[in-house]
Ligand binder design. Sequence first.
Ligand code: HEC
Ligand code: HEC
Length: 103
Amino acid sequence: MKGANSSRFVSNYGFFVKMGSYNNSAVVVCTTCHDPHVMNVVSISSKATSGLPAGTYATMFFLRAPYNPNDTNPMANQTAQFCRQCHADKSNEMNGSTAGTVL
Ligand code: HEC
Ligand code: HEC
């Protein structure tokens, strides 16, 4: 997550996943995406800890990032944004669009 497009993604959605480490390499493990201690809310204390304003955000499945497939806003893209934390090449930010995160 380096460079201007990554920074734009982070300021739109944040970067919540936490890589594990194995032989000094970053690896994806269950707790990369899930926090077993918190089921349905993500709390952000300041804008500095993610791109989003401080507050609490709905999540599901113990995910450690905003992720609410029941959002009634038809423009919401937060579940796709979740995946784009790592699949950034599939993000609007990496493909020249100004569309950001809609919760
Ligand atoms: C790349 C991120 C990621 C990783 C790594 C990951 N999960 Fe998940 N998991 C998700 C997402 C996203 C959902 C919600 C899917 C949905 O919207 O239905 C989910 C859902 C689940 C659910 C709920 C399924 C249900 O239908 O209720 C369980 C249980 C779960 N994960 C367990 C695990 C376990 C165990 C591991 C490690 C072996 C793991 N996850 C690794 C992203 C991840
Ligand atoms: C924590 C980082 C991370 C997140 C978040 C993540 N992925 Fe991935 N994903 C990976 C990595 C790393 C691979 C490559 C795994 C490999 O090659 O062994 C991968 C591979 C994939 C592949 C296989 C691609 C291929 O060419 O075989 C698909 C499909 C995929 N991810 C979908 C998703 C979806 C859908 C989500 C959101 C629910 C998601 N990913 C979230 C890291 C992530």
